[in-house]
Write a protein that binds this ligand. Sequence first.
Ligand code: HDE
Length: 689
Amino acid sequence: MEKNTNAKVEDLAVSTTQDVGPLTTNLGMPYGTDQNSLRAGARGPGLLEDFVLREKLQHFDHERIPERIVHARGAAAHGVFRLYESLSDLTRAKVLTDTSLETPVFLRFSTVAGSRGSADTARDVRGFAVKFYTPEGNWDIVGNNIPVFFIQDAIKFPDLIHAVKPEPHNEIPQAASAHDTFYDFISLTPESMHMMMWVHSDRTIPRSFSTMEGFGVHTFRLVNEAGRSTLVKFHWKPVAGVHSLVWDEATVIAGKDPDFHRRNLWEAIERGDYPEWELGIQTIPEGEEGILDFDVLDATKLWPEEVVPVRRVGKMTLNRNPDNYFSETEQVAYNTTNIVPGIDFTDDPLLHGRNFSYLDTQLSRLGSPNFTELPINRPVCPFHNMQRDASMRHTINKGRVSYAPASLDGHDPSQVTNSRGFMSFKQGVEGPKVRERSATFDDHYGQARLFWNSMSPTEKEHIMKSLSFELSKVETREVRVRMLDHLKAINDRLAAQVGAAIGEGETGVEPSGSADSPDETAMLADATSPTTASAGVQSSKALSMEDQPATTKGRLVAILVDAKTEADVVDAAKSAIEAAGAQVDIVGPYLGAMGATKTYANGSSVLYDAVVVPSASLASNGGAKAWVGQSYKHAKAIVVLGGGEAVLKAALPEGASMGEKGVVTDLDAFVAAIPVRHWGRKALEQVAA
Ligand code: HDE
């Protein structure tokens, strides 16, 4: 277990108020009691004189600030970033060249569409915003868990967000894209098709924040001491592997535990099980971007890892929970223009719009240009300029000089230039002033096909089901049909099966979702759609979540018990699972039964990664049977011990039980089976769960 060494950011968060002791007003006047307001007689009217009441209510009335227009729901943690080796050949940024640095970071995860009170497991893109507190100022990579975006030009962002947010006349649906306005816009925006493939994959229903990848999305620049520029894409690779929920689980969890992801992050950090990611970079020397047959400024395109490999250059470890949600997670202000010398922008038209939007949005959310002085936003290095005043100014600037150049009070006029400071990369610019999209941005389907081709049969099945589900909720037929036309341009089988599911079927085509186990032969038969704009790559292993490294660390296993369960069987299972780095909850009919910390009534299999069935007696327990049935259906590891086969027999239909993938009788095999899904189980349609 690593020690929390994140001292600098800890200092930032030191509260200046006293959290214990007698109560006072905001200005420190101790008051006798706040249990009753001041009244003329115990049953008499309240008195205007009651300044204690008025101060308290006034502060309360103003407790809320506007929630973020997008990414309103989030959770965050502090941590550190350590660089493996100096990247001085590529950049002069200290954070990427000084290997002795331990850079404090603050990482906020979020969903995009839902409001602050929505559920964590909504199908949505996840924000992945990292603030590095470097010795040269704050550097933010304000990324997502998907490497591409819906649109190519920032001017379309308000339209995209208006379309996906709840419809304006009735504010329905909350945190969901399955509605007419979203698909109306998307079906008229072909550039979104690559992103739509990702959105309908299981990437948008992650198991936890710590099993998500992160991406900077845009092409940025690294600039070294000599002024040489290298194009770069940033990646975050989770050490715990990439893992997702299945849709059925995600919907149930939204009700059972809307805080599923934030709770998981919080608890992991509290017990010292620190989530980790490696920072990866894909780089192309400026001028050599012709190795790709698409435009590197187009944010709807990724760089296939087969052509431009990801180099892992450092590790980020989240090791401390915030002390106060509002002061830190809510008030943190990310900004794509928070860069440091040695890192620069490219002319990506999406990024340029963001470079305006973030600063602007912080003003409306935080109410003052002095938001950079808030403890969570201020740099750990000294800062100095001639900006002054404005509401809520904290800094007390001394002296009479508030301008530059200046020679009074010891100021040096030559300091208005600084050869070590940030200078934009010198780039030639020419061309007519136009409101036009470059023709090099025109290929909208090539990488959507690359993504489709790269999916396993199960992943393809999930994409088809998700599209079928969402489009079946679209009430306007023309919109549904327009979407099908786009799907046809991606893959025939995809279009045919979704078409069948939404009543636009061709004869003989089964709708997707009619079977829970994908027909692997049929899937493989039309596995590839010819790609374009992908540098010749037809299928990329890095895009699939299957067969990626997976660990038991941070996973949660339920041991089901009743009064007849033998304690030594439970103990043996618990020790084996914990030794492998996973957590255990004992689930019983009531709290304390055989050490139960959860009950069949307050728990649910969807909240767990795997289940132990340690006794035959559970076969007569409805809660245990439902648990086992759901775990089976959701392709989770199941171990039966001490006669537990009887429970499987009772919970599962004929033809589905022992011998299926991931259903084992041995603890070693079980531990190995915990981190992955065991797709392709039989008779799933018959499992009542
Ligand atoms: Fe954002 N985005 N965005 N976005 N975005 C915001 O800034 C915007 C885009 C992302 O945890 C807002 O502070 C525009 C891409 C994250 O606090 C706002 C465009 C990517 C977060 C804004 C985009 C993102 C935001 C709202 C189109 C991935 C949450 C609140 C050009 C690379 C940060 C705020 C946090 C938040 C604007 C597109 C990621 C309104 C105009 C592409 C992770 O400024």
